[in-house]
Design a protein around this ligand. Structure first.
Ligand code: IMP
Length: 422
């Protein structure tokens, strides 16, 4: 943490790396925690004072008194889901209104954006993206088309603007022959959510951040999803619709590139992916099932089974380059405790060709592995890296060599205490 800088904490593979836990470990150090991209497609599971919370839009610094949390301009926000999430926190005793500011430039997810999300997916037939159904794609498309509604819009003549946009969406849905929806109840809650949001500080968060940085405050930019789901650098078109990479911190918060300090890249000791799309390391066998079971790899937002596989160094190296990762954080190492052998994908192969670099079209490539001995030791009680079995030390050293990046934190269990800082 450096004063007057923005550190980024990013999932650097397909999301679900366990950012929630690490943000929780990191937040006490920072003055401000800010979300810069994505919306309720994210689900950051956090244990706080023995209670489990799944944060979707609200930054993870919300539990600490005296900390400012920002939902930045790069985010999209669904007022009904925001209200649900915020009320749960308020009922648990957290004073949100003094701790949370929302950018007036963030875009609103309308109920009809969620219907459009379903309609576009249905129209794709077997090439579905497998979205979370939260209206993310249609809302970001609308932003790019310059027809979207922003949080600041709710402060003046909102109903008129809302009705006009909704009518346009309904026309599109008619053109798509998609009539299987009824948003009456959803819309009622959504409008309640709009009223509820009006009670919050809706501000020019980029100006606030600019001033805070000048005063020497420290900022943690909390990523959502992962690099391989980035709209530009992920496995397009099987991606989300925002820039999830460190560049997205600048655009999604309105901070300059020279304000970025450390970039922490979070990955799991193995790989997972939710939704469709290329995944060369996917294990469709017992080993994959075993990783899923031990790692509880089921989606926090959708409950779907996560696809599981071994660590992918091709993806990891690419993500480190794109994000400028300065430190790596390896999560869920304990999930591999019982494996006699651990594999690592070092390159991809297709039709006799092979590559160690992320190909433009990741479809159809197969993983080539190197096999390392497993540690077959319970890591969950370890508190110091000196206690690590040699095989784990070798695994860590192998990844550090292959990525030319230090692994500075190793997580050996879900609890905050099971976090080993080197
Ligand atoms: P969308 O963001 O709902 O449009 O979904 C696009 C793709 O990103 C789908 O494959 C989703 O499963 C995936 N996705 C979106 N958000 C997350 C996340 O927070 N974790 C993991 N995968 C996600």
């Amino acid at each position: 943490m450096r004063k007057g800088k923005v550190d980024a904490l990013l999932g650097i593979v397909f999301g679900d790396e366990g950012k929630g836990k690490i943000v929780d470990v990191f937040t006490p150090e920072y003055d401000i925690v800010a979300r810069f991209a994505g919306g309720p497609n994210a689900g950051h599971t956090i244990m706080f004072e023995g209670k489990k919370f799944v944060l979707r839009s609200i930054p993870s610094g919300i539990f600490d008194e005296g900390k400012l949390n920002i939902i930045g301009n790069g985010c999209v926000i669904a007022p009904d889901l925001f209200m649900q999430e915020a009320k749960e926190l308020e009922e648990a005793g957290y004073d949100l209104r003094s701790r949370l500011h929302i950018s007036k430039r963030a875009h609103l997810i309308l109920p009809t954006h969620r219907v459009l999300d379903r309609a576009y997916e249905a129209a794709k037939g077997k090439n579905k993206v497998g979205t979370t159904g939260k209206g993310i794609g249609p809302t970001y498309s609308e932003k790019a088309s310059r027809t979207g509604l922003r949080v600041g819009d709710i402060l003046e003549n909102f109903e008129e603007k809302y009705e006009a946009l909704k009518a346009r969406h309904e026309r599109t849905l008619r053109d798509l022959n998609f009539s299987d929806y009824d948003i009456t109840e959803e819309e009622r809650l959504w409008m309640q959510g709009i009223d509820y949001m009006r009670q919050f500080s809706l501000t020019d968060t980029e100006i606030e951040l600019g001033k805070a940085l000048k005063e020497g405050k420290s900022v943690l930019a909390e990523g959502a999803q992962g690099t391989m789901l980035d709209i530009d650098h992920g496995t397009y078109p099987y991606v989300s619709s925002s820039n999830t990479v460190s560049g997205g911190v600048c655009t999604g918060l309105g901070v300059a590139p020279n304000a970025i300090g450390d970039v922490f890249g979070i990955f799991k000791a193995y790989s997972t992916r939710v939704g469709s799309g290329p995944f060369p390391v996917e294990l469709l066998d017992e080993t994959g099932d075993r990783i899923r079971q031990i790692g509880h790899e089921y989606g926090a937002v959708t409950g779907r089974n996560r696809r599981c596989g071994w660590l992918d160094l091709v993806a990891l190296r690419y993500a480190i380059m794109i994000n400028g990762v300065t430190q790596l954080i390896m999560m869920k190492s304990d999930v591999l405790d019982s494996f006699a052998e651990i594999k690592v994908c070092t390159k991809y192969t297709k039709n006799g060709a092979s590559t160690e670099e992320m190909p433009y079209d990741t479809d159809g490539w197969q993983a080539v592995y190197e096999t390392l001995p497993g540690w077959q030791t319970d890591l969950t009680k370890m508190t110091n890296e000196k206690q690590f079995p040699q095989e784990l030390k070798d695994y860590i050293a192998y990844i550090e060599r292959a990525t030319e990046t230090p692994i500075t934190i190793i997580s050996v269990g879900p609890d905050r205490a099971q976090t080993i800082v080197r």
